[in-house]
Ligand binder design. Structure first.
Ligand code: ZN
Length: 344
């Protein structure tokens, strides 16, 4: 069994009843899920598991991907795509999209129009295979939507509630899913990422994903462990620079406010919502290791050999040390929350 298969089996054996109930519900209902998580919050892993558990039920619409896809097109292809959406200001919008990056985001109004067009076209890169998702047909099959990366600003928040109203008419049931985790966990995940400057391979000091312990070396001058690339043996460097880290922290603050406000507004408007913590204070944890994220700890023995052992991933929060929950445990709880908040 692959790791994903094992994790899916774990979810089914621990949350099986919830999975079955939600499966039945999704046969006759379509959800509009606002998937609110900070960067490095584990979103793509969670969404991957949901798609494994409920095959062909979830279409993912990623705001970031829509923008990046257009950026990857030639000017004429992009104009052809944008013309029906923006008619008389197509050229201006194209320039705006082409110059967008982490610091200069696409304007809220443009992003919203792109999102609406994507939802109505069913042309998502990750949409279910067949038949195509088609919201305009009265008896269209029930494909639920997961919105990734929207809303991200206070203006987009208003647009999100506008979207809820628009899609309600098409039979979509809204659900706001707010995934919360300590900054310390996110920072640790971020700072432990490594990359090969030659071949772009991404590794991680904590999980040793893509590299393995064989590629772990010790630097006697700096007195620290480092990873080398399994392909070209070049020492890997930090993937995220300090500047990027502080920019990320800024963006995280804004997003946190937007997400909290979205949950609050949803609550007032009787829209199903939930806030799920994905870490736990060490002093309050009373479960087994299978529920937790593990990482590696290294030692150098007297012969200069490196040994590695599996330990619980821990990080710091203002309230004290925390463990991070394993994605399979988080997804099981997402399923339970959906049953609790939507089915009833
Ligand atoms: Zn390399």
């Amino acid at each position: 069994m692959t790791q994903v298969e094992q994790d899916v089996a774990y979810i089914k054996s621990n949350f099986g009843k919830g999975v079955e109930q939600l499966k039945v519900y999704l046969e006759s209902h379509k959800l509009l899920i606002f998937f609110l998580t900070p960067k490095m919050g584990g979103k793509s892993t969670y969404i991957g598991f949901l798609r494994e558990l409920f095959p062909e039920k979830f279409t993912v619409i990623s705001a970031g991907n829509i923008v990046r896809n257009i950026q990857g097109l030639s000017d004429s292809e992009a104009l052809y795509k944008l013309q029906p959406i923006f008619t008389d200001r197509t050229n201006v919008v194209l320039q705006e999209i082409k110059s967008a990056d982490v610091k200069n985001l696409v304007s809220d109004d443009v992003l919203y129009k792109l999102l609406l067009a994507e939802i109505n076209s069913g042309d998502s890169s990750v949409s279910p295979k067949s038949p195509p998702y088609c919201p305009n047909l009265p008896y269209s099959p029930n494909y639920s939507l997961i919105l990734d990366g929207f809303p991200r600003t206070m203006v987009q928040l208003d647009l999100a509630f506008d979207l809820i109203e628009k899609l309600k008419i098409q039979g979509f049931v809204p659900f706001v899913l707010n995934i919360v985790v300590s900054d310390g966990v996110l920072d640790k995940r971020m700072t432990n990422r490594r990359v090969c400057a030659k071949c772009d391979l991404v590794g991680n000091m904590d999980t040793l994903q893509n590299t393995g312990v064989d590629n772990l070396k010790f630097d006697f001058t700096k007195n620290e462990f480092f990873l080398t690339c399994p392909t070209c043996q070049t020492p890997l460097i930090k993937k995220t620079t300090d500047t990027e880290l502080s920019e990320m922290a800024e963006r995280r603050k804004v997003e946190k406010d937007v997400y909290a406000k979205m949950v609050e507004t949803a609550q007032k408007s009787q829209i199903p919502q939930t806030t799920l913590r994905t870490d736990v204070l060490v002093k309050y944890f009373s479960g087994d290791d299978a529920m937790l994220n593990l990482s590696n700890s290294y030692q150098l023995d007297k012969q200069g050999q490196i040994t590695s052992e599996s330990v619980k991933f821990t990080a710091y929060s203002p309230q004290g040390e925390v463990y991070a929950y394993h994605p399979r445990w988080v997804v099981g709880n997402i399923v339970l929350e959906m049953n609790l908040k939507i089915r009833n």
